[in-house]
Design a protein around this ligand. Structure first.
Ligand code: NAP
Length: 415
């Protein structure tokens, strides 16, 4: 049989595996991931209250559970198995490693305690193993950025723990969110509402949160019916117009949007106390920067430091090495965007892959505490059982050792 390796079990890697199975039924796929769990950004990136997007995991499970696919979780390609070893054993390796790095704010005070990249906050509330807890000082928060990740961060903080019990957020995070509630979020956007990248559905979600004042400076809003404006922008502007004219309430919680506000400085004595914007400053306890992600270079793989991606042609880095997803095209688009992206890469890969190969089983993980697909199914059962103890459908287990133990110990031996 012909074997192909995919590095990364997030949506882009799994969509690539699915496209391979679909187009070449004789191909077997080994999917490696450094996390003990599959689904990448669907598990650790998508906001926990976005249950519909999270349910993509069911489709990804069908691919990873296919008898022609093997999941090798808890295997870090590089430190555990060198990429060169993978390339020596597989005629084709697809890198689907995403954009795990974050852009730097690059302003004075950015290294003060009390500033965290949104990626770290997202890791924490989603229960990624090893995530750093969010600082407890977070009653007034500035979220910097005009994209949907900024909205996710603002919404999850404003929902608090009690507003997230219907999700799979780890129990300790729910407790922490309730014990240290956020009451005021300032959304700091460097350009105007028309140029911001918020999507209308994600903005509308704030309108369904109870007891929340929504505020935006009317002066920032252009006329909505100007010629040449596209439908998404018009809907976005209409939303902000609603927020700007909304009745002033006294809800005790607020989301205030500041447009045309490139942050100038973060300042404070020992930690962040305010964000300086042109002409004003906001007193805050925590700053979260949601200003985009970046790919990380992999040893031995070409890298474009400007774009933070691997240069490629239709997914081919060189014959035998391919990229798909955010490491290929940068951190844009929704989960489904990765499907077409993976199909393009797989089409290219298949033009290089000889038919009728008979590849030996490489078995590169024999000495490693690998999480297999049946190990993952044991984790799923444990997370459902843990959820049931608190009348929840499921609770994410965030401790790496516990995840690996559940996945690798014989059934019935793990509490
Ligand atoms: P994004 O949409 O690219 O937004 C990044 C924002 O950061 C932009 O507004 C950008 O402003 C701003 N920015 C960049 N550098 C800055 C700086 N130095 N100072 C101030 N602002 C700065 O990225 P994202 O929010 O990380 O989202 C990544 C992708 O995931 C997007 O395609 C997004 O739609 C998607 N996503 C979707 C959902 C969903 O569908 N529910 C949820 C989360 C993420 P400029 O525009 O001025 O450059």
């Amino acid at each position: 049989m012909t074997r192909v390796a995919v590095v990364g079990a997030g949506p882009s890697g799994v969509f690539a595996a699915a496209a391979l199975l679909d187009r070449r039924p004789d191909v077997h796929v080994d999917v490696y991931d450094r996390s003990p769990t599959p689904f990448g950004l669907v598990r650790y990136g998508v906001a926990p209250d976005h249950l519909k997007i999270k349910s993509v995991a069911r489709a990804l499970s069908r691919t990873l559970g296919d008898p022609r696919v093997r999941f090798h979780g808890n295997v870090d390609i590089g430190p555990d198995v060198p990429l060169a070893a993978l390339r020596a054993h597989y005629p084709a390796v697809v890198l689907a490693t995403g954009s795990p790095g974050t852009n730097g704010l690059g302003i004075p005070g950015a290294d003060l305690p009390g500033h965290m990249p949104a990626g770290d906050l997202v890791d924490w509330y989603n229960g990624r193993p090893g995530a750093r807890p969010a600082p407890a000082e977070r009653r007034r928060v500035a979220v910097i950025g005009g994209g949907n990740v900024a909205l996710d961060a603002a919404r999850i903080l404003l929902r608090g723990g009690s507003g997230l019990r219907h999700t799979d957020v780890p129990e300790h995070v729910l407790r922490d969110l309730d014990e240290h509630p956020t009451t005021d979020v300032h959304l700091v956007v460097r350009r105007g509402p028309a140029e911001s990248r918020f999507t209308p559905a994600e903005l509308a979600e704030f309108e369904s949160l109870s007891d929340l004042d929504l505020r935006v400076d009317t002066a920032a809003l252009p006329i909505t019916d100007r010629a040449g404006i596209d439908r998404v922008t018009a809907t976005r502007l209409a939303t902000f117009r609603r927020w700007s004219t909304g009745r002033a309430r006294t809800s005790g919680r607020s989301l205030t949007v500041h447009f045309h506000s490139p942050p100038v400085e973060l300042a404070g004595r020992d930690r962040v106390e305010y964000v300086a914007l042109p002409g004003t400053r906001l007193a805050v306890d925590l700053v979260v920067s949601a200003i985009g992600f970046r790919g990380r270079p992999l040893p031995g793989v070409p890298f474009d430091p400007e774009r933070g991606t691997v240069p490629h042609e239709l997914g081919r880095v060189e014959p035998g090495l391919y990229v798909t997803g955010w490491i290929k095209r940068g951190p844009t688009g929704v989960v489904g965007t990765n499907k077409a992206c993976a199909q393009e890469t797989v089409a290219t890969l298949l033009t290089d892959l000889p038919t009728g190969r008979s590849d030996a089983d490489p078995d590169l993980t024999a000495d490693l505490p690998t999480v297999t697909w049946s190990g993952w199914l044991a984790i799923e059962r444990a997370e459902s059982a843990l959820g049931a103890t608190r009348a929840r459908a499921r609770t994410t287990i965030h401790d790496r050792h516990r995840l690996v133990r559940i996945a690798t110990e014989p059934e019935g031996t793990t509490p």
